[in-house]
Design a protein around this ligand. Sequence first.
Ligand SMILES: *[C@@H]1O[C@H](CO)[C@@H](O)[C@H](O)[C@H]1NC(C)=O
Ligand SMILES: *[C@@H]1O[C@H](CO)[C@@H](O)[C@H](O)[C@H]1NC(C)=O
Ligand SMILES: *[C@@H]1O[C@H](CO)[C@@H](O)[C@H](O)[C@H]1NC(C)=O
Ligand SMILES: *[C@@H]1O[C@H](CO)[C@@H](O)[C@H](O)[C@H]1NC(C)=O
Length: 401
Amino acid sequence: MVFWRSLLLVLARLSTTCLGQAADGRGNGDRKGLISGNGLINLGQTWGSRSPLMHLNANLSELTSLKSSFEFRTLDPEGVVLYGETKGCAEWFVLGLRGGVPEMQVGIARTLTSVAGGPKINDGKWHKVELQNEGDFFELGIDGKTALMLGLRTNRDDCLMAAQMRLALGGILIKELELLNPLREEMDGCVRAGNWLNLSTPWEMHLREDPRPCFHEIRKGSFFSGTGLALFNTSDFPSKLTGEEGVEVKIQGCSSMWNGTILSLMNSQNKPVLIITARPQTEELFVMLGTRIAKLKLGPDTLVLALSSSYIVVEFGQKEPLWLMDATHDWVRMWDEGVLLAFGGVPGDSHAKLEGCLSLIQIQRQDVDLDQALQKHNSISSHSCPFTPQTMKNNSLDEIN
Ligand SMILES: *[C@@H]1O[C@H](CO)[C@@H](O)[C@H](O)[C@H]1NC(C)=O
Ligand SMILES: *[C@@H]1O[C@H](CO)[C@@H](O)[C@H](O)[C@H]1NC(C)=O
Ligand SMILES: *[C@@H]1O[C@H](CO)[C@@H](O)[C@H](O)[C@H]1NC(C)=O
Ligand SMILES: *[C@@H]1O[C@H](CO)[C@@H](O)[C@H](O)[C@H]1NC(C)=O
């Protein structure tokens, strides 16, 4: 494929004009560390930042191979896995997923191209991914079969020679980069057994916090580790959506393993007016509405919260639903006007952050993707829960300075 080839071999004629003002995607104040590219790496990048988790610089003259391979596991339908570029001629390459299906996008000077296809690989299993370049063609293999082939030939006579290339995992290095088909970058996925162009150089990692672990085995859901929450504006989920009166929030999971605040709803002054908290010590679910507290027994059940203009209904288990009359707010109007809704805690309150897995979150019968939150703590994995909480494995971080 042209990108790779030019990236790796041809680089003779790269121009300086194309992405001349390209800026580094890195934030300030990060800790830096070196990490081997062949260990177990969680690509979950700092939420809301467009910078990749780690990157590698290489001199093109050192390259002996045009092949990269790695194993990849995710339940996330969309995000960036690998990015590569050479400076000078705006030559870049992105491998990502959309709808779980692999997608490659390539830019060379002003030519942009995008190709998607192959099997859905966001099934939580490890898949072998191979990328290689031969001539003008670039090939993506999944589990030993060719999934995508992309050919691209451009005239790069006006390009200057580039001596270096950069690779990045879990994000894109250039802020101004315009993809032909915009892709949400955050990827809740893990990579292992990486061989990156046969380079043995360690990667540079940027961290604001400890690296997120890769769970030994994963299942669908959003995992809260007890340190952070995800915030939404309720106006993003209008009550009129289903054509029914009111608002419905549905949460599933193994509630006997929840510990902490599942959900909280603020009023327009950002004061919590409704808090639902699981207390495993007493196996109870507390519903706090203003100063009132109602209790339900924790069990393997779906939690459904329904808001109407003057009352709230909490359904949990086989028992009678809990009806809470409250005319101090018009709940539906408040919701539509836009107040804060948090999953995993109460904003501004460091206590009772949720530890546990919410295997499904729906609002108005639509799945909620925590990656779309207004704000999300980096400790939350939006698309994966550990199969059992005890089996977390640390990243193979060699050194963090
Ligand atoms: C690339 O080459 C330059 C000299 O041309 C050298 O200083 C640098 O260390 C090399 N980089 C790597 C990653 O080998
Ligand atoms: C990969 O690199 C090693 C040395 O680091 C070298 O011996 C080997 O030949 C290289 N493999 C290929 C396919 O270039
Ligand atoms: C939520 O969105 C609405 C309308 O889009 C806005 O008026 C309101 O201020 C937002 N609320 C918060 C807490 O951000
Ligand atoms: C629940 O979390 C609290 C801290 O928030 C902790 O003290 C308690 O031991 C936890 N309970 C269980 C059963 O994990």
